[in-house]
Design a protein around this ligand. Structure first.
Ligand code: NAD
Length: 484
């Protein structure tokens, strides 16, 4: 069985304990590799390497860092096919999705921040000629970057790229559920002789390896579940280190009667089920204005029926496997609770047994639930699977209330052709990202992140570069000379 290795100080190394975690492919439910079960000693070794590397990398020119990052992005592009195949097998997502979204975004993340750092600037505050204040933005030190399983390499590089562009070095940990592409990424770094110690990758469980990283790091960037975010926030609180938290969501899709009907249904289906509904931005609560509720549900159901759940490696597969057996069981248990509360499953609601080589994989039918109240647990708790509820609403006022009735505040989509309504509703709902007549249209420069229990801080563009740098003001007094 293949053993995944940690990547520390430019070398692929085994965990000190010699212990490993089984790595399952959700595609066929079998263990196909072993993940290092790293602990404190591995993390300490990674930080030692990262600290040493920081003394050079942190002092290097922006152009030097840019050039290395572009070299790494090129090397990722050269391995695009292998990475996409690995991501699909490790995570269960359709291969076409890994090929068109996940892997291209890894190199795009590196290219974007490699270039952004060349254009990064800071402010000067002139005190009417008597003094000049200028702001320096030095790197912080060693960044701890922790990422989840739903977009494994995409989100890992989304953190590593701005951290190293700004001059920090990194100790990163991918999810123990999807570690494989981070391992391939380590091999790529090694192959191109990426400066050693700048990027270190330690695999393992969150409460052991992850927790040690959070304790050791000078700055922490985390994406994952809200409950984990709370643990991390309490750990960093003791040392006041900077911490960015990108957490869960319970995102509304709001469809007004005056929308472009066909486009809205099509986009809502995509927002519901892309990546098996395992994108933090997926719209899992669909609110439809009463006058078009019945035709909307009919068309939404028709389109959902046409989705193919199947072998992720096949071109016509719309939904692959959900990430793990445990996750599948959690999704099914949330559906059962919704049913017990009076919810009506109009399609799906069950795991699927598919034949052939994928017969033991973790497949789930796309599920639509009607007859729920916006206050029900199914509309409050994140399911993070191919499950949506559809509910009618009567007025703008009512739907704003329904949308905001959640502890989360990550993303929302509004479908309407009434410009004023679009602006009004966007302003009234408490979500960090609002799309109008679209979904998942991403610009890497925008402030990305959630309100309330969906997170703390923003990622993207200069927001990420600001986060990974200190803000230092220098005040220079200018003596008056009355002779000139
Ligand atoms: P998770 O919180 O279980 O794990 C995320 C990462 O944190 C993993 O690498 C895990 O090993 C690590 N971890 C767990 N406990 C830790 C601890 N005590 N200290 C340090 N690290 C620890 O989340 P998940 O199940 O992997 O991912 C799904 C969640 O991620 C969903 O809630 C989803 O909404 C969220 N997510 C959010 C965004 C966003 O941008 N807001 C993006 C993607 C996913």
């Amino acid at each position: 069985m293949e053993k995944i290795a940690n990547y520390i100080n430019g070398k692929l190394v085994n965990p000190n304990s010699g212990q490993y975690i089984d790595n399952f492919s959700p595609v066929n439910g079998r263990v196909y590799s072993l993940t290092p079960n790293s602990g404190k000693r591995d993390v300490v070794a990674a930080f030692k390497a990262a600290k040493k590397a920081f003394s050079l990398w942190g002092q290097s020119t922006k152009q030097y860092r840019h050039d290395w990052m572009i070299k790494l992005a090129d090397a990722i592009d050269d391995c695009e096919k292998e990475l996409a195949k690995a991501e699909s097998f490790d995570n269960g997502k359709p291969l076409w999705l890994a090929k068109t979204v996940d892997i291209p975004r890894c190199s795009a993340n590196l290219r974007f921040f490699a270039t952004a750092i060349l254009h990064f600037d800071s402010k000067t505050h002139d005190m009417d000629g008597s003094a000049l204040n200028y702001t320096l933005r030095p790197p912080i030190g060693v960044a701890g970057c922790i990422s989840p399983w739903n977009l494994p390499l995409y989100l890992l590089t989304w953190k590593i790229a701005p951290a190293i562009a700004a001059g920090n070095t990194v100790v990163a940990k991918p999810s123990e559920i999807t570690p494989y592409t981070a391992f391939l990424f380590s091999k790529i770094c090694q192959k191109i002789n990426f400066p050693k110690g700048v990027i270190n990758i330690v695999h393992g469980h969150g409460d052991t390896a992850g927790h040690e990283i959070v304790k050791e790091a000078d700055v922490v960037s985390f994406t994952g579940g809200t409950e984990t975010g709370k643990i991390i926030a309490s750990t960093v609180a003791k040392s006041f280190k900077k911490c960015s938290l990108e957490l869960g969501g319970k995102n509304p899709t709001v469809v007004f009667a005056d929308c472009d009907f066909d486009m809205s249904v099509k986009t809502a289906v995509k927002a519901s089920f892309l990546n098996q509904g395992q994108i933090c931005l997926c719209g899992s609560r669909i609110f439809v204005e009463k006058s078009i509720y019945k035709p909307f549900v009919k068309e939404f159901l028709k389109k959902t029926k046409k989705l193919t759940v199947g072998d992720p490696s096949k071109k016509n597969t719309d939904l692959g496997a959900v990430v793990s057996k445990q996750h599948l069981q959690q999704i099914l248990s949330k559906i059962k609770d919704a049913k017990d509360n009076g919810g009506k499953i109009i399609i799906g609601g069950k795991a699927l047994s598919l034949g052939g080589r994928i017969s033991s994989g973790y497949y789930m039918a796309p599920t639509i639930i009607e007859n729920t109240q916006y206050t029900d647990p199914i509309n409050q708790e994140e399911v993070f699977g191919p499950v949506v509820t559809i509910m009618p609403f009567n007025s703008e006022l009512e739907v704003v209330k329904m949308c905001n009735h959640t502890n989360y505040g990550l993303a929302a989509s509004i479908f309407t052709n009434n410009l004023s309504r679009a602006h009004r509703v966007a302003a009234k709902i408490h979500f960090g990202l609002v799309w109008i007549n679209t979904w998942l249209l991403r610009d890497l420069r925008i402030p990305f992140g959630g309100m309330r229990q969906s997170g703390l801080g923003r990622e993207g563009g200069y927001h990420s570069l600001n986060f990974f740098t200190e803000t230092k003001n220098v005040c220079l007094k200018i003596e008056n000379n009355n002779n000139i």
